[in-house]
Design a protein. Structure first.
Length: 237
C-alpha cells in the first residue's frame, strides 16, 4: 500500500483532488490532501510544506502501533502546478519514495515563485476565462463547483526564495497534460528538460486532469509507484 500526498496548485484547494482520492482509495491506497495555508499572510513555503508533512505523519500507517513513527508503506508525493514549489520541500521533510510533478512549476534554488514566470520565459498570460484555460474538458457542473473552491493567495510565499540548495534525492517523474491550455505541452517539455534534465511523460487532458480523467491519472500514478518500487528493490536509479 502507498500513501499518496496530493499537493494542490496556487489559488486552489484540496477539493480538486477528491475524484482522484476516490480512485486511489478504491485501489487500496491512502491519500493525503490538505488545504495549503495560502490565504495566511504570515505563511511561507516552509509552512506550506510543514502542513503537508504533518498531515502525512497523522495519516500514514505506522508499524508496531501508534507513535512509533515508522511507516509501513511507501510515500509518493504528487505536486500540481504551483504546488511544484512545495512538493520537493515535503519530500525533504517526509522521506518520500517518489515525487511526481504534475503539470508543475519546477523551481531552482533561490528562485521566488513570483520570479519563475519571467525566468522560464513563460511571461504573463491573462486569465479571462478560467474554465477555458484550466478546465475545458471538465463537466460544466464540476467546473462550476471547482471555481467555488478557489481561494486568494497571500504574497509571502510568492516572493520568498525557494529554500533548497539542490533537488531532493528522490525518484522524480514529470507528467504534463497534452491538452493543457495554461501550461502548453511544448513549453512544459522544454522546462522539464532544462530544469530537471528529464523527458516529460504525457497524459491526455487539461490542466485540471485530476477532475477530467481521475481514473487515467490514478493508473499513471500507480505505474510510477510500481516502477520506483522495483527500481529501489533492484538497485536501479
Amino acid at each position: 500500500m502507498t500513501t499518496f500526498a496530493l499537493i494542490h496548485g496556487g489559488g486552489c484547494s484540496a477539493w480538486y483532488w477528491h475524484l482522484l482520492e476516490d480512485e486511489l482509495r478504491r485501489r487500496g491506497h491512502t491519500t493525503v490532501a490538505v488545504d495549503l495555508p495560502i490565504e495566511d499572510p504570515d505563511a511561507g513555503l516552509g509552512d506550506y510544506a510543514d502542513t503537508v508533512a504533518e498531515a502525512i505523519r497523522r495519516a500514514a500507517p505506522k508499524a508496531g502501533g501508534e507513535g512509533t513513527g515508522e511507516s509501513t508503506g511507501r510515500l509518493a508525493v504528487v505536486a500540481h502546478s504551483w504546488g511544484g514549489f512545495v512538493g520537493p520541500l515535503v519530500c525533504d521533510r517526509a522521506g518520500a519514495d517518489l515525487l511526481v510533478m504534475l503539470a508543475a512549476m519546477v523551481p531552482v534554488p533561490g528562485e521566488a515563485p513570483g520570479a519563475w514566470w519571467a525566468n522560464t520565459g513563460f511571461g504573463d498570460k491573462d486569465i479571462d476565462d478560467e474554465v477555458a484555460l484550466f478546465m475545458h474538458d471538465v463537466p460544466p457542473e464540476l467546473a462550476a463547483e471547482a471555481s467555488r473552491h478557489n481561494r486568494a493567495h497571500a504574497d509571502k510565499a510568492l516572493v520568498e526564495p525557494w529554500p533548497l540548495e539542490r533537488w531532493p534525492d528522490v525518484p522524480t517523474r514529470f507528467l504534463l497534460c497534452r491538452d493543457d491550455r495554461w501550461f502548453p505541452a511544448p513549453f512544459m517539455r522544454e522546462m522539464a528538460r532544462a530544469r530537471l534534465g528529464v523527458t516529460a511523460d504525457e497524459i491526455d487532458g487539461s490542466h485540471s486532469v485530476m477532475l477530467s480523467r481521475p481514473a487515467a491519472l490514478a493508473d499513471r500514478l500507480e505505474a510510477y509507484d510500481r516502477e520506483a518500487a522495483e527500481d529501489a528493490r533492484t538497485g536501479r536509479s
